[in-house]
Design a protein around this ligand. Structure first.
Ligand code: PLP
Length: 456
């Protein structure tokens, strides 16, 4: 069966410029000009650093259009997309029900700064999917979601310290930019200039998957740790799952010590399972941060948890938190359309994502093996990374043993073949329901060719 479960995007619409294996080298002249213009106006030419391709080399294509599993750049090249806007596009780009929902909402007005019925509509869907969330509040990004969740956790516990893990990324709020993943890991920096030592002091950054480090932190700071925040499947140092029992251990130690357990499911929510990692592993966190998929490609985040915790927020309680565009009607409409489809087709969607992701992740890893190139593949559902190292990857220290030079060559060769992987070794790749079996076969072929060119 060489088709996606959606069907609508099966007909390739490459036009005369479709980038296919073995074709002429891509023309990139228009993207290059656009990059020069952007660099005069935007630092590095970008609004989010990893987009600049500095970690992999080569010039970033400027995207002008996307549909299903494909992106098209300004020079007319078509790419098979394996980063899905960094997670949201689980149903593919311009998914017709999402487009229709946004269009209809836009025609009714794009922002009111007043309550709308759609906020509770999306909230109901999220609460139904994640029973640990009794109440939630919408924000406009994952950054705001985790930042606000931590403020609430500190107020609820009346404690100062937070525990996070090296290589986990929770957005760019000051206190969370300590030994962070994603772009911070990509650029090899321990944190960020401009974050006060005094702020970072209250963030205990511990190695992931290390039980002893967490026990020691709680022993050293008795009654002082407000929360443990964790990506339950890490995506932001590349894909690194928690070891068996580790998340249960975090649940136990936080419950025992009166700290809150916050699952940052901005990436994993509705991705690794409909109910996120908490459903996949059967763990009930005290609070959850969401983003990405819940906004269907529009700016949206949310944080939620038990009612007694969430009721600390203004106007009910003393924790201030607000947003001009929070619960934006277009974002709610896109989120509702996305979750509606995922809920109605849950079994089919997640089964397809599992099978298709296994096929491409294993297939590309096997080609590496045949080519004599050391690759360790980690995958949970439709979230995966090929690490260019023979080591088992269980934390940031082991992820950092990856050969980023080889990764850069691999990335450039794949891009040349029309396959756009996340432009950093320390970012997870994603697959969506629009990817077909033919796409997967093409990707494995492209990897086979790429490995020939990168070994030297
Ligand atoms: C993407 C991400 C964030 C940040 O979300 P933004 O919308 O980029 O602010 C936070 N946590 C995790 C786990 C993420 O993957």
């Amino acid at each position: 069966m060489s088709r996606s479960i959606r069907g609508v995007h099966d007909a390739p619409c490459a036009g005369k410029w479709g980038t296919i294996l073995g074709q002429m080298p891509r023309s990139m002249s228009i993207s290059a000009q656009l990059q020069q213009r952007a660099e005069r106006l935007l630092p590095g030419g970008v609004n989010s650093p990893v987009r600049a391709f500095r970690a992999v080399g080569g010039a970033p294509p400027f995207v002008v259009r996307a549909e299903g599993q494909y992106l098209w750049d300004a020079d007319g090249n078509r790419y098979l997309d394996y980063f899905g806007s960094w997670g949201p596009m689980i149903l593919g780009h311009a998914f017709p029900p999402v487009v229709a929902a946004i269009q209809q909402a836009a025609a009714r007005g794009s922002s009111f700064g007043a309550s709308t019925p759609t906020e509770a509509d999306l909230a109901e869907r999220i609460v139904r999917a994640c029973p640990s969330i009794e109440k939630l509040r919408f924000v406009s990004s994952g950054t705001e979601a985790t930042m606000s969740a931590i403020r609430v956790a500190r107020a609820f516990t009346d404690r100062k310290y937070i525990v996070k893990f090296e290589g986990c990324y929770h957005g760019h709020a000051d206190g969370l930019l300590v030994k962070a993943g994603s772009g911070v890991a990509t650029f090899g920096i321990p944190g960020s200039a401009g974050v006060l030592e005094e702020t970072a002091h209250f963030t205990l950054a511990l190695p992931f998957n290390d039980v002893t480090a967490v026990e020691e932190a709680f022993a050293q700071h008795p009654g002082e740790i407000a929360c443990v925040i964790v990506e339950p499947v890490v995506g932001n140092m590349g894909c690194v799952p928690a070891a068996a029992g580790y998340l249960h251990f975090l649940r136990d130690i936080t419950a025992r010590t009166g700290a809150l357990l916050i699952f940052d499911e901005v990436m994993t929510g509705f991705r690794v399972a409909f109910g996120g990692a908490q459903a996949l592993y059967g763990i009930t966190p005290d609070m959850t941060a969401l983003g990405k998929i819940i906004g269907g490609g529009l700016p949206c985040g949310a944080f939620g948890g038990r009612g007694e915790i969430m009721d600390l927020l203004t106007p009910l309680g003393p924790v201030y938190q607000a947003g001009t565009l929070s619960g934006n009607p277009l974002a709610m409409a896109a989120g509702i359309a996305t979750l509606e489809y995922l809920e109605a087709h849950e079994a089919e969607v997640y089964a397809r994502l599992e099978v298709a992701s296994a096929a491409v992740a294993d297939g590309v890893a096997q080609e590496a093996k045949k080519a004599g190139i050391a690759v360790t593949m980690n995958r949970v559902g439709a979230m995966f990374t090929w690490f260019f190292t023979p080591r088992t990857i269980k934390d940031f220290r082991t992820a950092a043993t990856s050969d980023v030079t080889i990764f850069g060559r691999f990335h450039r060769a794949m891009l040349e073949a029309g396959v756009w992987l996340p432009p950093s070794q320390f970012e997870a790749a994603f697959l969506g329901t629009a990817h077909t079996d033919a796409d997967i076969a093409l990707t494995i072929d492209a990897a086979r060719t790429a490995y020939l060119t990168i070994a030297g």
